[in-house]
Design a protein around this ligand. Sequence first.
Ligand code: ADP
Ligand code: MG
Length: 362
Amino acid sequence: MSTPARKAITRIDHDSVLRICANQVVTDLATAIKELVENALDAGATTIDVRIRQHGLGGIEVADNGSGIDPADYATLATKSATSKLRNFEDLDHVTAASFGFRGEALASLCALGNVSVVTCTAAQGPRGAKLTYDTAGALTSQQPVAARQGTAVTVTNLFEAVPVRHAEFMRNAKREYAKALAMLHQYAVACTLARITLAHVTTKGASESKQIVFATKPAVPDRPKSLTDNLASIAGGAVCKHLQPVAFESTATSVAITGVLTLGPGRSGTDFQFIFLNGRPVDLPKLSRAINAGYRELYPSGNPIFALNLTVMPGDFDVNVTPDKRTVMLVNEAKVLEEFRTYLQEFYAPTSTTFDAPPLA
Ligand code: ADP
Ligand code: MG
């Protein structure tokens, strides 16, 4: 075999690095919207209005009534690794408990993948805010005064046009991508007991525009969190929640608690309304989901339960910094928690089980 010619090692130019790395945080329409919703929640918003145009191909907008962005931060807002939430690695435990974001990657990634504009206004500035635009490297390119209410609205258009293969995929599968975004938004809509989340889908035909409200959770009353069932009813309809029963589990061997609601009765054909949160953050814990579905099926062999369960876990007993989307979590003592929770599930389903399996009366 011939020896390949030596190629000198050189640095990739900055814009290309941004485009390559942006793919790690914003992988599709769903993660783009998720990052914006998390920013709104981190800004203390109690109302978050999401607007998706033409299944995302026409752009997305996430508008919140949170803190707004301080003018001193306009220039750095969208630069890579610029965040107001984390200073160093030692802060991580505290930050993952207090906020959804901490890497300072989302806005930088969105700038690298589409066209980003921001309208924002703080309480001190109101009612005069600013409209900001950024270039692909996340540098501020324009700033204009605009009338605005307190909060922030981020608009992204031409998503993925900067990465042609991804964009072609997005165009081909727009409806599927939209469905994934909807499923992801459902998770936040159910998890957020202190915020109202709405989703509108806007379609255009010629010059006319039509807006469909896909879902809207109830407004949040200050200091009175909504229940997970309230939020489930808003996205799935009240009938679906008829058989929900409260779950209150406390692990004896660890300090993990699991609370929420779970179906005790006939289920659904799909697994579309199954939600797990860790300290209020939507996460994937596949072993826990499997345990719940298996426990349910012992009693109801066909169908799937609905559940919205929140794990309360002490800082230091979990790590959400495992994958860029922060959905895969590492839970210390997961096996122990599962073992105990399986026993809890057996008791949870036991009273019904006896009535069901009881021999017919003579
Ligand atoms: P991260 O959330 O990890 O800090 P982002 O790129 O998502 O990184 O956001 C960068 C910074 O921009 C945030 O730390 C925050 O200070 C500010 N920011 C982004 N979105 C909003 C918003 N909706 N309201 C207020 N501030 C925001
Ligand atoms: Mg963020």
